[in-house]
Design a protein around this ligand. Structure first.
Ligand code: DX5
Ligand code: ZN
Length: 218
């Protein structure tokens, strides 16, 4: 059974709470919160203040994806704001092992994300220490981009590594996932599926969520 993580990047920011309530009511497990700084990626989104105000109104697991330079500076702020999982980019964390330990010391789950061009091998020496890996299936920065097919063998590689080294590792995929390609990523080994435009871009969120689950199994 997959976990679904709707990305609020594609929600209506002027009606954010209403949109969040819709995905919570539809039974989605994680709320994926994309944090962009205009440096690591060419877009700017939201910060800890928004996370904090949503935290008071929503019981979903807050899955915070930090697409920012120097993530160490902000980990504590996001932890205090109510993040449950904090994911940093391998490419942005110069001392990745230290960053992972800092997230865990704050009592949060630690995730590491890989850009499409970053090899799985870069996680070899930290895979036992992390709770989740996030395989980017688009180049980070924007919602609504096209899924990169060559990421399928990469998901299989991380799954094989996890089977050997860390059986509890969650494998998350992010970017361009729709009900039409969800089976491909799940069969390759993903168990947490991020979807932004495919979920918030429909008029019927409940049915789209059902379709994601049905197609991931069938
Ligand atoms: C991209 C973000 C994604 C994005 C996914 O940089 O990390 O979470 O919101 O959006 P879709 O599902 O529309 O590709
Ligand atoms: Zn994301």
């Amino acid at each position: 059974m997959i976990k679904l993580a709707p990305s609020i990047l594609s929600a209506d920011f002027a009606a954010l709470l209403e949109d969040v309530k819709k995905v919570e009511a539809a039974g989605c497990e994680y709320l994926h919160i994309d944090v962009m700084d205009g440096h690591f990626v060419p877009n700017i989104t939201i910060g800890p203040l928004v996370v904090k105000s949503l935290r008071n109104r929503c019981n979903m697991t807050f899955d915070v994806h930090l697409m920012i330079e120097d993530p160490d500076k902000y980990i504590e702020d996001f932890a205090n704001a109510g993040a449950d999982i904090i994911t940093v980019h391998q490419e942005a964390a110069v001392h990745l092992h230290r960053t992972i330990q800092a997230i865990k010391a704050l009592g949060k789950k630690a995730g590491v994300s890989l850009n499409p061009s970053t090899p799985v091998e870069t996680l070899k020496h930290v895979i036992k220490d992390i709770d989740m890996v996030l395989i980017m299936t688009v180049n980070p920065g924007f919602g609504g981009q096209k899924f990169i097919d060559t990421m399928i063998p990469k998901i299989k590689e991380i799954k094989a590594m996890a089977d050997q080294e860390n059986k509890n590792l969650e494998i998350q995929v992010d970017g361009g996932i729709t009900p039409d390609n969800v089976k491909l990523v799940v069969d390759a080994g993903a168990n947490v599926v991020v979807a932004g435009s495919a979920i918030f871009g429909t008029n019927d969120i409940e049915n789209t969520v059902k379709l994601f689950r049905k197609n991931s199994e069938g």
